[in-house]
Design a protein around this ligand. Sequence first.
Ligand code: DWN
Ligand code: ZN
Length: 406
Amino acid sequence: MDISCRICGGPVKAAVDLGSHPRGNAFPKPGDTSDEFFFPLVVGMCDSCTMVQLMADIPQEVRYHDEYPYHASNSVVHSRHFEGIAERFLETELTGPDPFIAEIGSNDGVMLARIARAGVRHLGIEPSRQVAEMSRARGVQVLSRFFDESAAEPIRAEHGPADVIFGANVIAHIAHLASVLKGARQLLGPRGVFVFEEPYLGSVVEQTAFDILYDEHSFVFSVRAIRAAAELYGLELVDVEHVELHGGSMRYTLAKPGAREIRPAVGEWLAREEAQRLGEHATLEEFARRAARVRDDLNSLLRSLRAEGKTIAGYGAPAKITTVTNYCGIGPDTVPFVCDSTPSKQGRLVAGSHIPVVSPEVFAANPPDYAILFAWNHAGEIMRKEREFAERGGRWILYVPEVHVV
Ligand code: DWN
Ligand code: ZN
């Protein structure tokens, strides 16, 4: 069944069907799994603007609830990345008299804490209560609400126009993206920029990273689709920059039309996308076939390891683990536990597959023969941290871009 594109109203045709899935970040308590929310994880592409999007509508209040467990500061690499972004803004966009920066989905304040320390006016806009409290404790000013068109006017009235609006790993979550773009246009000053970075469709396709698809990702952005979306809502794409985070993300810079020079990177990435055939349905269908191959390869590896009597555990319980374990049918019979450093995930279960989440200390005390690295995008940081595991003969299983053991 086709749907209408959330950006341009064009026809969206299904291209990737991963079956029925629970919410990526649900992490139910043991004994609290009887009424898990499931939805069809089907992703399609718009025939007109090429925006890749979830076919299903999932109410945002179910996703970003008060105990939303993802904390962006959990990774040292990510913390440094976001502090670096803050520093760059402080040196470039926030040098005028009394500048103002707003962040949509400021999470635990990892970026804005650096801005707050510099004494620059800022506002985090964050609906999830616990992470908002964490950022307030770091001196960050936070407004507890979702950002949309109706939020722009009161924020502008109270704080004035924004020199920068920032968002990381949040803009692609927002099904009402059209309203966010309208709101951003309203809140931006005449030379202001709306900068956001999100997992990049080109990287997802290139690496067969199908686990980036889950309920929170209403969209997977490409340069072409963002340029079209910006144009439709009175903004202009003026720069793009590829970043390594989350297995390959893209940072987009939007401004009011004519306010900024369009950087050559925009044209360069559009040409790359053309060569990669990123805007074609057939490319997504081929991606789905490769995902099925990864699933089959992973299952046959796990089956043969079990037949040899090897022990297996998981490392990292990102939202992605929900997609990969439910899509592949991997449960606690094969992976009896997964460890994660996030306290609010520990003692919980991976939604749907019901693998228990434990602390890294439990992993260290019960080292398996093989560990599936579900947080594969943090491979460098985790493998450095867990050097001892490998030194004692433990092996890592990775499944991106294909199944391999290191
Ligand atoms: O869009 C989103 C993205 C891009 O980020 C979100 N909705 C939420 C989040 O997705 P994720 O959960 O897939 O993110 P991560 O950063 O891949 O999650 C890594 C997980 O691994 C965290 O739960 C923390 C954990 N971890 C760990 O246990 N030990 C991470 C590191 C670095 C570690 O050393
Ligand atoms: Zn469209």
